[in-house]
Design a protein around this ligand. Structure first.
Ligand code: TYM
Length: 337
């Protein structure tokens, strides 16, 4: 049997990278598979300092955003990670199976500790082990993620194999699914993620201090136009798709292709004769059109906190029902019972 699992940090309203890189394919997968879980990973989010009131709100905002994007709680289990205590229990068992250097060599740890110019917390270091627990706790077989999570998923696979070697065949080795739209349209390896609008060498990221770099799903049409107008491109006015040498314009083309559902070649063909300054506004319009229904649905859902809380609670109960027996079996295998 196939089981799909994925997670997203409660960073408030998700951005276009989250949407095109992950959430859009989550919605498709819930129609194709019978057992699908999506988790708002609040435990992961406290690896960076969080204000409790803001975090509380962000969890509900993310719930509203996922529902607005089309996640259907009748089809997939949408739940809050911290409400299922088995995540931390399995995480500890896996933590005792991984060597320190394996974690110290991961890109994200290196990048984050270098950027912050200080030593990261132990939580930031062991964050990928918690991610492994998330996936393995449900014996998941498929994990839809953006390209930035591929290295973490390799660790998850290693931990599954390591556990099976020590305790006998137990966990399926889960496969990453790179978002359907990403695979179809971003053929170049370097384009498997949505890039920052201000620096095409970096991924679009919630934590970017430059507010023009990231498009949120509830940005107003005016904000979206402003961000695309200021998007960094180059001095060639023609629209071409060449991620290696023209990162900025290629990011526009990739976003354009993803939001319109057209192949990259078609988008480029239709843009013949348009200069990049005008092209940026065209892409902005396509993004505005794609996000308009999502934006209004998020605003509507955000007003009913009680409903959002109920959805999460019901999802967490269902997730717990799946997690508990697996965790009990793990405890038996390890020798606790
Ligand atoms: P997070 O919350 O940073 O991102 C959620 C999803 O969005 C994808 N993504 C992107 N895709 C394309 N372009 C971008 N610029 C971009 N930015 C983000 C991410 O790849 C991800 O799929 N560690 C995970 C959360 C997690 C998880 C898990 C995922 C925790 N446990 C178990 C899968 C399975 C994270 O921080 O994602």
């Amino acid at each position: 049997v196939k089981r799909v699992f994925s997670g997203i940090q409660p960073t408030g309203i998700p951005h276009l990278g989250n949407y095109l890189g992950a959430i859009e394919s989550w919605v498709r997968l819930q129609d194709k598979h019978s057992s699908v879980l999506y988790s708002i990973v609040d435990l992961h989010s406290i690896t960076a300092a969080q204000d409790p009131a803001v975090l509380r709100q962000s969890i509900l905002d993310m719930t509203a955003a996922l529902l607005a994007c089309g996640i259907n709680p009748e089809k997939s289990i949408l739940f809050q990670q911290s409400q299922v205590s088995e995540h931390t229990q399995l995480s500890w068992i896996l933590t005792c199976m991984v060597r320190l250097p394996r974690l110290q060599h991961l890109h994200q740890w290196k990048a984050k500790t270098a950027k912050q110019k200080h030593d990261g917390t132990v939580g930031l270091l062991t964050y990928p082990v918690l991610q492994a627990a998330d996936v393995l706790l449900y014996k998941s077989t498929h994990v839809p993620v953006g390209e930035d999570q591929v290295q973490h998923m390799e660790l998850v696979q290693d931990l599954a194999r390591g556990f099976n070697r020590k305790y006998g065949e137990f966990f399926p080795v889960p496969k990453s699914i790179l978002s359907v739209c990403v695979l179809a349209f971003f053929t170049e390896a370097s384009m498997k993620k949505v890039k920052s609008l201000r620096d095409p060498s970096a991924k679009m990221s919630k934590s970017d201090p430059d507010k023009l770099a990231t498009v949120g799903l509830t940005d107003s049409p005016e904000q979206i136009v402003q961000k695309f107008r200021k998007a960094v491109t180059d001095f060639t006015s023609e629209v071409t798709y060449d991620p290696a040498s023209r990162g900025g314009v290629s990011n526009m083309v990739a976003i354009h292709a993803a939001v319109t559902g057209l192949p990259v070649e078609e988008v480029v063909r239709r843009s013949a004769g348009i200069d990049t300054a005008r092209y940026k506004l065209l892409v902005a319009d396509a993004v505005i059109e794609k996000l308009a229904p999502i934006r209004s649905e998020i605003e509507k859902l955000k007003m009913d906190k009680g409903h959002l809380q109920k959805v999460l609670q019901a999802g967490s109960v269902k997730a717990k029902e799946l997690a508990y027996p697996v965790c009990q079996e793990v405890k038996e295998l390890v020798g606790f019972r």
